[in-house]
Design a protein. Structure first.
Length: 330
């Protein structure tokens, strides 16, 4: 009677270990694929929404696949880290062979499916996989290139979401995404330096021994400033898709010209500035930031700011569309 129970218990532990290694929380990064469909005013178009959801699932699955490979490659170094030593592969709860097998079973079918959607989308997804693999095997060992690679994976997600719905991505939006991604990546390195000091930092991640605190501080401030500045320029120059010239003329009869110049997205800028400042506080005062997705889900002020920013962006872009829909139903 005890044997089946033990077997079931072992299977449960294995499933839990696989899920932990897949890191579903990291799928938050793949929400970048929704950026263009939201800002282009096409989120309420069912066919395009479904396409972006498919892109999200593809990038999320491939991200998990790369985490299996990453944890196999970093198992020895993870055992030196106070938190990462609990990862299933580093802790001996999941074998390296099984992790590699799961990774390959995710990568090849998802790549094939991506190319079946379209050659350009497939090319972006393939580039994403190659870049992630290169980062795991080599690029993360090169100072500065490591954080630039992380930022590039965010850009590829944005491009993937745009290509799958055949949408244009503005330069200022790409700069905003790049700056924010670099800010988060450098903040991650700064937090790792705080948690791991001296020789232990270099043993866990070789580039940390080449990142002096002064350089990380300078880069953090530089990209923090660039993040909110480039987003501000994007909101200032980006026309609101839902406001047609006819609507602007109508509003012009009711409001001063200052408020009818299609700059309503700038209402969201204070929330971005607060979010950047709050994250700086988290990095330097709370000494966190090593895991941006964990910070976003656990820090209530930051989560509230991001939520309000999302509501404002959605309201500004889609309020007119929703009002038309409501009038139609009425």
């Amino acid at each position: 009677m005890a044997t089946p129970f033990l077997k079931n218990k072992n299977v449960t532990r294995l499933i839990v270990a696989i899920i932990k290694t897949a890191r579903p929380r990291q799928w938050l990064k793949s929400f970048a694929v929704f950026a263009e469909i939201i800002f282009s005013g096409q989120l309420l178009i069912e066919s395009k929404f479904v396409s972006v959801v498919i892109a999200f699932l593809i990038f999320s699955g491939l991200s998990s696949a790369m985490y299996f490979l990453n944890d196999v490659a970093d198992a020895e170094k993870d055992r030196l880290h106070p938190f990462k030593k609990r990862r299933p592969i580093a802790a001996g709860e999941l074998s390296s062979k099984l992790a590699i097998l799961i990774s390959l079973l995710l990568i090849f079918p998802l790549l094939a499916f991506s190319f079946s959607i379209g050659p350009f989308f497939g090319g972006i997804v393939a580039t994403f996989v190659l870049l992630q693999a290169s980062y795991t095997l080599y690029l993360k060992k090169i100072i500065l290139i490591d954080v630039m690679t992380i930022a590039a994976t965010f850009l590829l997600r944005v491009w993937g979401g745009a290509v799958i719905i055949d949408a244009h991505v503005t330069v200022w939006f790409l700069l905003a995404v790049s700056s924010l991604a670099l800010f988060l990546a450098v903040g991650k390195r700064r937090s790792e330096r705080t948690i791991l000091s001296g020789e232990l930092a270099g043993q866990h991640r070789s580039t940390l021994s080449h990142y002096p605190d002064t350089l990380l501080d300078a880069l953090t401030i530089m990209f923090a400033t660039a993040a909110w500045m480039t987003y501000t320029m994007f909101t200032f120059l980006e026309p609101i898709p839902s406001l047609s010239p006819t609507v602007l003329v109508f509003l012009g009869e009711l409001l001063p010209r200052t408020f009818t110049a299609s700059k309503w997205l700038m209402i969201s800028v204070p929330f971005v500035i607060y979010g950047v400042m709050r994250y700086l506080y988290i990095i330097y005062e709370k000494r966190e930031g090593e895991s941006p997705e964990r910070v976003l889900l656990s820090d209530k002020p930051l989560l509230i700011a991001v939520s309000l920013w999302g509501l404002i962006v959605f309201g500004v872009i889609y309020a007119f569309q929703l009002s038309l829909f409501t009038n139609f139903l009425g």
